[in-house]
Design a protein around this ligand. Sequence first.
Ligand SMILES: NC(=O)c1ccc[n+]([C@@H]2O[C@H](COP(=O)([O-])OP(=O)(O)OC[C@H]3O[C@@H](n4cnc5c(N)ncnc54)[C@H](OP(=O)(O)O)[C@@H]3O)[C@@H](O)[C@H]2O)c1
Length: 258
Amino acid sequence: MLVLVTGGTGAVGREVVKGLRAAGHQARVLSRKPGESEDWVQGDIATGAGLELAVKDADAIVHAASDATHPRRYQATDVLGTRRLLAMAREAGVRHVVYVSIVGIEDVGYPYYKGKIAAEAVMRENLVPWSILRATQFHTLMEIFLDYMSKLPWLATVPFAWQFQPVDPTEVAARLVQVVTAEPVGMLPNFGGPEVRDLKSLATSWLRIRNPDKRLVNLPLPFAFSRQFAAGRLLCPENRDGTITFEQYLARRYPATT
Ligand SMILES: NC(=O)c1ccc[n+]([C@@H]2O[C@H](COP(=O)([O-])OP(=O)(O)OC[C@H]3O[C@@H](n4cnc5c(N)ncnc54)[C@H](OP(=O)(O)O)[C@@H]3O)[C@@H](O)[C@H]2O)c1
């Protein structure tokens, strides 16, 4: 089948593309950047550019495009962009759209998560038959957080108590490939990583490989979302679907240093 992957250049999307192709399907990437291959459409869900071409003849869509780094664009990209994509997909006769969402978003007062809740509501309007897979935080995101928290010379300042259940994007992608090539099912069970970890222990493993000279320091943050992260609101310990730990991910990513 022909599957459009929005966000096909991102952490999970590029693994979905690989997985679909390995399984003998055709995967078309939507990206704001110019094409790197034949199955590539340059476009933007926030403006609608390229979307008509992107959805043409597609049987299904994995919708993993999202702009988590620009708070002013959550609404335009994640919410209105999702509605625009679904409207075009409906016109084109797409039979199934799978949306990638996040575990626990109702329970954390974080602006990006409000956008995810609103985007899920757009999916439920049923413009196109749908499935939603909520996952816990990816290993790649843990690295983005830890890199950002290690900018000071000699120090890594990390909220020690934040709790995550990090999951490997390759394992989430494998699940998405199964889901998108099957019938729409609505809300799927949460997909979680193998271990519940506090950020102190993740930071310790990461620093050992990336910045062994930096000192790890606790940084309690006086925000509601920080307390909610620490209280484990983003976890689904009953769903330990992934098998790859953060340390195994680091060993794969930095083979020379482990
Ligand atoms: N990261 C996590 O820990 C995590 C956990 C659970 C669920 N999720 C969800 O999974 C999805 C993918 O996350 P990710 O971490 O893989 O993403 P990512 O690495 O940040 O990549 C974001 C993707 O979105 C695309 N994109 C952004 N704005 C766009 C626009 N206006 N039009 C078209 N494409 C656009 C980017 O493509 P170009 O830059 O090539 O245009 C890129 O491929 C998101 O919905 C996220 O909320 C993420």
